[in-house]
Design a protein around this ligand. Structure first.
Ligand SMILES: Nc1ncnc2c1ncn2[C@@H]1O[C@H](COP(=O)(O)OP(=O)(O)OP(=O)(O)O)[C@@H](O)[C@H]1O
Ligand SMILES: [Mg+2]
Length: 337
């Protein structure tokens, strides 16, 4: 468990004082993939870099498995930091060293006996699918392959936590997906807790269990990914998830409608089509299907559709309350027509 309590990181430069992280408290459970989302300058990197003391917090507390990182000094601190691996957007590989040497470097830094290094690097290269690249240089690899080396290096000393700062932001969508699958495999098979920063909600949707949204150094919303996608509270959260799940109704659709428009959301295995066809059968109304989508978030369906209901007012009211009894959320949309 990573416990972050009242953490602040204040940068003081000649020109100004910036609260990079402003009084953040968060608990990240062992074994989960935790996503941190926010626009540029929100404080994501500052927060994640405080977790391994790459950035020294101004105040607050960080405990990893009960160990208070800021109270550690010397050898104890170095040991604790070895248990926290990190990967970066631009990989940070050493260009003059081969892939083998890049990974061996991390092992030597941790004083691994020379006799164990070859075996460990071989194991790591196999794990990330680069066994055939051990003697090439970083410049000869694609972005995705470079990130695999970054991952192998971060895992070299058997960390319990892996921090990822925009680890897929420099990659194309297919490569991103293959790196996310590798991270998920590492999370499941090696039981490593992953803290991941991203501005792409598809990344969160793909692999995170829980998430936090940051703005101006603060965490403004946090929770299980499915709960946040299906019921965002803050405006900024809605803005982020709108790239995956849209809650807004296109005005072109609204302008054409004369009947009552309802937005229906259903969670889990409730069949959306069933709700529509049963409603239209049971009530004397006409239902026009306007728009709809189903997203799978952590493999659980989340369906949202828009319908126009036409007919006698009372009958429409009854239909709406019937739909409300079956779906997770039914909202009547005022469109002024
Ligand atoms: N070393 C530093 N000195 C001064 N200010 C800094 C420093 N590092 C970060 N900041 C400021 O702290 C705030 C948070 O920055 P941070 O890099 O943590 O944001 P971020 O969410 O990671 O952004 P991005 O998505 O662009 O990477 C910003 O206003 C930034 O300018
Ligand atoms: Mg950053």
């Amino acid at each position: 468990m990573i416990q972050i309590k009242d953490l602040s990181k204040i940068y003081t430069t000649k020109e100004r004082v910036v609260k990079g992280v402003d009084n953040v408290s968060l608990n990240i459970t062992t074994g989960e993939v935790f996503g941190i989302v926010g626009y540029s300058g929100a404080g994501k990197s500052s927060l994640i870099r405080c977790l391994n003391l790459l950035e020294k917090p101004t105040s607050g507390e960080i405990k990893i498995d009960g160990l208070n990182l800021m109270k550690l000094r010397g050898r104890k601190l170095r040991q604790a930091r070895l248990k926290i691996g990190m990967i970066f957007q631009h990989f940070h590989l050493i260009s003059q060293k081969t892939i083998y040497e890049n990974i061996a470097f991390a092992l030597r830094a941790a004083k691994t006996p020379a006799s164990q290094i070859n075996k460990r690097v071989t194991e790591l290269l196999e794990m990330v699918g680069l066994a055939d690249k051990r003697d090439v240089y970083p410049a000869q690899l694609s972005g995705g392959q470079k990130q695999r080396v970054g991952i192998a290096r971060a895992l070299a000393n058997n960390p319990s936590v892996l921090l990822c700062d925009e680890a897929t932001s420099a990659l194309d969508p297919n490569t991103t997906l293959s790196i996310l699958r590798l991270l998920k495999k590492i999370n499941k098979e090696l039981k490593i807790t992953i803290v991941l920063i991203t501005h792409e909600m598809n990344v969160v949707k793909e692999i995170c269990d829980r998430m936090a949204i940051m703005q101006d150094g603060k965490v403004i919303e946090e929770g299980a990914v499915y709960d946040i996608f299906s019921g965002p509270k803050e405006e900024l959260t809605k803005e982020f998830i709108s790239s995956v799940v849209s809650f807004d109704v296109p005005s072109a659709i609204l302008n054409k409608c004369t009947g009552r428009i309802v937005k229906v959301m259903y969670k889990g295995d409730v069949a959306g089509e069933g709700i529509i066809s049963d409603t239209v059968q049971q009530y004397n109304i006409k239902g026009n299907f306007l728009h709809g989508s189903i997203e799978y978030i952590q493999e659980i369906p989340l369906g949202i559709f828009l319908m126009e209901l036409q007919g006698d007012n009372q009958e429409v009211e009854k239909a709406i309350s019937y739909m409300s009894s079956r779906a997770s959320l039914v909202e009547v949309i005022d469109h002024g027509n």
